[in-house]
Design a protein around this ligand. Structure first.
Ligand SMILES: Nc1nc2c(c(=O)[nH]1)N[C@H]1C(S)=C(S)[C@@H](COP(=O)(O)OP(=O)(O)OC[C@H]3O[C@@H](n4cnc5c(=O)[nH]c(N)nc54)[C@H](O)[C@@H]3O)O[C@H]1N2
Ligand SMILES: Nc1nc2c(c(=O)[nH]1)N[C@H]1C(S)=C(S)[C@@H](COP(=O)(O)OP(=O)(O)OC[C@H]3O[C@@H](n4cnc5c(=O)[nH]c(N)nc54)[C@H](O)[C@@H]3O)O[C@H]1N2
Ligand code: SF4
Ligand SMILES: [Mo]
Length: 708
């Protein structure tokens, strides 16, 4: 007899979009995931991987129990309390012998979609006394942190997508990625429809991307520069805007310093220079600058294509400079961008937080003297932190919702480092590449098995919205909520566990829902109202406005062109010859069917199963490579055998591939792009960010490579 199907409401937590879903549950298992048409911000939209939520929850790859590595290298099931006790003992031994800095935490992407995980992982970590905190931000868009440190931040808020008449997207493809443009909440939910509707109401969209992406296809203007030349492109746009007086002198006068230095630095970067270096016609550069400069409202925002490039820190600085120079910020008395519902509301003020350059005083690593930024050491030096001899060498690593074995640059070094650890603990519901190498794998609940709310997602929403979900299906007996593992580990280690400003009692753990409630105490929506709103709750405009500046802020200014940024721009203006040994540039590309490595092992999800190297058909023809043939990509750091695919959307000279594919045991389809990256290639000062996009490569037909 067929059992009854129950329909439950929840939201997907694989990416920041947080789409509302309806789950058909049968026999305690999810049968179907459907978009929730009544959801106020996603409106029924789901993506291919979100619709495979059933497989991610119940699929064959799902770990239903924690695992411990045996002496012969296999993994065997272990009960969570025993695992926690063993991990605590081994950590204690390492700390006693080598000090707390021998312990590190790596925070990955998937920990960020469970409200309780980041504060709990950090609560445990703080108790260790270690400085060795790492996250994916520093192999992603930490150029944005560097900009805030060197330029400062305007505290009145940014102009909003909802009432913008112009928007510039550079190095980002939100129609696929939902990349949220610095927490603007722009183009995250149902992105293609959101962009189409904005254009219908009059928004002009400019996209700068070497590929005619799904987003570029919706744009009014698409500039396709040579990969890695964004700093020059942005300097050129600034050149035109300043030369033609399209900037906002009043905003600059009041809030910015260094306008003459900026003017001087971009003075030589005429559209003709941009054409030469970026390979974009001068008149197109001028036209785009005029459209952006003449718009009344709207921002320039970037993504990984820019932040992973060879001059990422200066390029991102120039994105911010473009916004400052055009005054794209909210003024005193304007309606504030207030999206805090469950989190504490921070009043907006028409003033500047001065550049602090706090990284100059951060914890200093023995690896290259690199310093912590925002309390984190850059992940670009994680492998060296493990491998390089030294008294505070990292010997124990806890990985929370991340997969450094596939995500870190210079994969062979990363694998060597992970294999050499005395203790590797991986909290992951699947046998990820990192889990395979771990001494302990803690199997956590997956999204539909845990209670949750959207507190830490608020900056990704377009307006004031919040949602709660209870656990919709019963988790397997052997798993534990992510937060609870960290709570138990702190307790077993005799460490205090500080959460939302209070120390929790180790002998009486709260329930997940109790802790979720604690987290919203400083918010403005009562917890019971949140819980009872089945499809989430759109909270009306708060009516707050941008407050006048405080007297203390009178002298604070945004630094448009400090000396180190100017030097980096000069460097970026030296054209790197697109010829020689490595004539192509390998660029990043996300796909709808996977979020980094999550999804790559779900059968039938990724079309074709792998991650081919996509190249313009003319380039393939010139190389004598047939569509679908094997090629070898070579870079200064390594090589990779991969299937070549013709792709008309790419600029000539670019190769586009998706990261995080290829298993350590060859068990996952595809190949790993980080075989071609290095930790020293084009590495940026301050955040030690290596080049992960616009990586110089050669394409060699596989047969030739094998002959030589
Ligand atoms: N479906 C899906 N969504 C995701 C993810 C995923 O894996 N899948 N990952 C999530 C994560 S962790 C992140 S960080 C975000 C990232 O979100 P995005 O930054 O939007 O990432 P991509 O979609 O790869 O888009 C990067 C774009 O930059 C372009 N590009 C590459 N090199 C250059 C260059 O030198 N200059 C310029 N101007 N453009 C260049 C590429 O062609 C590509 O279109 O997405 C998140 N969302
Ligand atoms: N060459 C190259 N390298 C790159 C990039 C690139 O574009 N090119 N992109 C970089 C970027 S932007 C990023 S963000 C990183 C990605 O780096 P990571 O964040 O380290 O990689 P993910 O694959 O997202 O790892 C997420 C892990 O969390 C697990 N997981 C899923 N759900 C849960 C859960 O509920 N709880 C827990 N505990 N775990 C869960 C997944 O199985 C997976 O193993 O890679 C970076 N590396
Ligand atoms: S993974 Fe897909 S369905 Fe899930 S939140 Fe992101 S966009 Fe929505
Ligand atoms: Mo990322």
């Amino acid at each position: 007899m067929r059992s009854e199907t129950v329909r439950r409401t929840s939201y997907c937590r694989l990416c920041a979009s947080s789409c509302g879903v309806l789950l058909d549950i049968e026999d305690g298992r999810i049968r179907d995931v459907l978009g929730d048409a009544q959801h106020p911000i996603s409106g029924g939209y789901t993506c291919p991987k979100g619709r495979r939520g059933a497989d991610l929850t119940h699929g064959p790859g799902r770990l239903t129990t924690s695992m411990r590595r045996t002496a012969d290298g296999r993994h065997e099931p272990i009960a969570v309390p025993l695992a926690v006790a063993d991990i605590a003992t081994r950590l204690r031994r390492i700390v006693d012998e080598h000090g707390p800095d021998a312990v590190a935490l790596f925070c990955g992407t998937q920990q960020n979609f469970a409200a309780l995980t980041p504060p709990s992982a950090r609560a445990w970590f703080r108790g260790t006394g270690s400085h060795k905190l790492f996250s994916t931000m520093t192999i992603d868009q930490s150029a944005k942190w560097v900009v805030a440190e060197r330029m400062g931040t305007y505290l009145g808020g940014r102009q909003r997508f909802a009432d913008a008449d112009v928007w510039l997207l550079i190095g980002t493809n939100p129609v696929v990625s939902g990349n949220g443009g610095d927490g603007d909440g722009a183009v995250v939910q149902n992105p293609a429809t959101t962009l189409r509707r904005a254009r219908e109401r009059g928004l002009t969209l400019i996209v700068v991307d070497p590929r005619r992406t799904e987003t570029a296809a919706l744009a009014d203007i698409h500039l396709a520069p040579r990969p890695g030349t964004d700093a020059v492109m942005l300097a050129g746009l600034l050149h035109v805007i300043l030369a033609e007086g399209l900037h906002d002198p009043a905003f600059c006068e009041r809030h910015a310093a260094g306008l003459p230095a900026l003017r001087a630095a971009v003075g030589g970067v005429t559209p003709a220079v941009v054409e030469r270096i970026c390979d974009v016609p001068a008149q197109d550069v001028r036209a785009a600058a005029r459209v952006f400069g003449k718009g009344n409202r709207g921002m320039a925002t970037s993504g990984t294509g820019l932040c992973m490039g060879p001059h990422s820190n200066v390029a991102e600085h120039l994105v911010a400079a473009l916004n400052v120079v055009c005054g794209r910020y909210l003024r005193e008395g304007e309606r504030a961008d207030d999206r805090a519902v469950l989190t504490r509301h921070v009043p907006a003020r028409a003033e500047v937080a001065a550049p602090a350059r706090a990284y100059e005083r951060g914890f200093r690593s023995r690896v290259g003297g690199v310093r912590a930024i925002r309390g984190e050491l850059p992940s670009g030096i994680l492998a060296d932190e493990i491998l390089e001899p030294g008294p505070d060498r990292v010997r124990a690593l806890v990985v929370s919702g991340g997969n450094p074995a596939t995500a870190l640059p210079d994969r062979s070094k990363a694998l060597r480092a992970l294999r050499s650890l005395d203790l590797l603990v991986c909290v992951d519901p699947y046998m990820s590449d990192t889990a395979r190498l771990a001494h302990h794998i803690i199997a956590p609940t997956t999204m539909y098995e845990r209670a949750d709310h959207t507190a830490i997602m608020e900056s990704f929403f377009p307006s004031r919205f919040a949602q709660f979900t209870s656990s919709v299906v019963t988790p397997p007996a052997g798993v534990v909520d992510d937060w609870r593992f960290f709570f138990d580990l702190a307790a077993a280690s005799g460490q205090p566990f500080k959460f939302a400003g209070r120390i929790l009692d180790p002998s009486s753990p709260p329930t997940s829902t109790e802790l979720l409630a604690v987290m919203t105490e400083r918010g403005r929506l009562p917890f019971d109202e949140l819980v009872s709103a089945e499809h989430g709750r759109l909270v009306g405009d708060s009516g707050t406005v941008v407050a006048p500046p405080t007297p203390e802020a009178a002298g604070r200014r945004l630094e448009l062109m400090p000396d180190d940024v100017r030097a980096e721009l000069e460097d970026a203006l030296q054209p790197s010859p697109v010829a020689g040994d490595f004539p192509f540039r390998l660029v990043v590309r996300r796909i709808r069917e996977a979020v980094n490595s999550t999804g790559i092992r779900v059968p039938g999800l990724v079309p074709g199963g792998g991650n081919p190297a996509r190249v313009h058909p003319d380039d393939l023809e010139r190389l004598g490579v047939a569509d679908g043939a094997q090629v070898v990509l070579r870079s200064a750091s390594g090589s990779l055998r991969v299937t070549a695919r013709a792709d008309h959307t790419l600029a000539r000279g670019a190769v586009s591939m998706t990261h995080c594919f290829g298993g350590v045991d060859g068990d996952a389809a595809g190949v790993n792009v980080n075989n071609l990256t290095g930790t020293l290639d084009g590495v940026q000062t301050i955040n030690a960010m290596p080049t992960l996009s616009a990586v110089p490569v050669a394409i060699v037909p596989a047969t030739e490579e094998e002959d030589s």
